[in-house]
Design a binder for this molecule. Sequence first.
Ligand code: GSH
Length: 207
Amino acid sequence: MLTLWSMPSSGNSYKVRLLLAHLNVPFKHRDAEYGTGVTQSAAFLALNPAGKVPLLELEDGRTLRESNAILLYLARGTRFLPDDAYEQALVHQWMFFEQYNHEPTIAVRAGILTYDDRAHRRTPEELDPLLEKGHAALALMEQQLAQTPFMTGETLTVADICLYAYTHSAGDKGGFEMDRFPAVNRWLARVASEPGHVPLEWLPDAN
Ligand SMILES: N[C@@H](CCC(=O)N[C@@H](CS)C(=O)NCC(=O)O)C(=O)O
């Protein structure tokens, strides 16, 4: 069985839990919640020297880190990753965008506002540029989603799962003005209504 080391409160970890739930693939969950020290333990660092989750352990003991690499690995041969080279490249395009433009602004701002040990960073100097850059990322998504129901076209792919993870809580946790992005809001509802969807809090039964 697969083992997923993940942080229940983290969007990067949620992406992988969400795809595994969609795929109905059983997995063992190893909790590495923020502040517990698990990611800095010697046992975990031996598996992932980067000290970050999510981390996937395969049945044969090999490991894979970086949430989007894990998504692409798990999605191969499923309806969540197209076979066509160009359509697949569009999925990659939005997943690279997520890691370079979206997560470093939207997730970082939400993290500063959520985790108490980051309270000292709640300054206009830090928060204002993140708000502006996060809104710019949401505006790019809005432009796409005004034309297509999902990020790369007519069907849900791992690009949607990837971007859903931090977009769905961008208003509540990050203070982003979601009313400015109606197509994004419709897409959020569309993704959440897909069969197999689970919320951030979902974890597999203990095994
Ligand atoms: N680019 C990485 C980012 C991973 C990352 O930063 N994970 C955070 C949680 S979102 C983490 O594990 N932090 C370790 C810690 O805070 O102890 C990915 O997408 O997997």
